[in-house]
Design a protein around this ligand. Structure first.
Ligand SMILES: [Zn+2]
Length: 239
């Protein structure tokens, strides 16, 4: 019942939100637009993320090669201090129940993956959140992105391969060493059958934001230890 009320609450907030562009805040309610959330002008000037090679090299600056379990990493757009309005898009998705942002931008992320020649996965999975957090928030924001990506690149979606076992506090205020400590042994197999499903498979993990990559790498490490052949990651934003 609680989740039903939350679901209704989420829809109401989305339906009755004023149609102002999330990026430039200009009203665009009656105009034809590519996106439900941003105006065409902002859509056309989306700060696309650098190539997968550049993103991978940035990961290697934060994580030693021998500790890195991710084979490829890509993102849709970059959101730095200069483009902080783009982070607002992620905040609306993550904390304000604008789950359709995940669906809409998941399609764009899927197209980016096709362009980067990152396709043919056995599974597309969201980064799991702890069941307590899911109950509090009512949803996992990465579910919506992952589902949309899986449809766009025509691969199987699953949220039953790994689970989050520890409830971790927010990562944002921690430095990279603290983040790594905070995140170790956080994920584990979803159930007894999970090893069989993961064994020998190529898996794509989806999240909202890529920062140091420590959470995504921890997920990848769990999957590789369960027998995955390869693990790639894709996120909406790259910070
Ligand atoms: Zn705009």
């Amino acid at each position: 019942m609680i989740s039903f009320v939350k679901f209704i609450g989420i829809s109401f907030r989305e339906v009755f939100a004023p149609k102002n562009c999330v990026i430039c805040e200009e009203y665009f309610g009656d105009r034809e637009s590519y996106s439900k959330y941003i105006c065409n002008k902002c859509f056309d000037s989306m700060p696309y993320s650098p190539s997968k090679e550049i993103i991978y090299n940035q990961l290697l600056m934060a994580i030693n090669l021998e500790d890195l379990f991710i084979s490829n990493a890509t993102s849709l757009f970059s959101a730095d201090v200069m483009k902080k309005n783009w982070i607002e898009l992620i905040h609306l998705l993550k904390y304000n129940g604008f789950t359709n942002i995940g669906t809409e931008f998941g399609i764009l992320l899927g197209k980016r993956l096709i362009k980067e020649d990152l396709t043919g996965y056995d599974f597309v999975i969201p980064v799991p959140i702890h069941h307590t957090k899911k109950r509090e928030r009512g949803y996992n924001q990465s579910d919506f992105i992952a589902l949309s990506v899986s449809k766009t690149i025509n691969c199987t979606y699953s949220n039953k391969l790994i689970k989050r076992m520890k409830y971790t506090s927010s990562q944002t205020l921690l430095d990279s060493n603290e983040r790594r400590k905070n995140i170790s042994k956080v994920f584990g197999p979803y159930n007894k059958n999970a090893h069989k499903l993961v064994d020998g498979k190529d898996i794509l993990i989806i999240d909202d934001v890529l920062t140091t990559g420590s959470t995504l790498n921890e997920c990848a490490s769990t999957l590789v230890k369960m027998g995955a052949n390869s693990v790639d990651v894709a996120t909406l934003a790259h910070a």
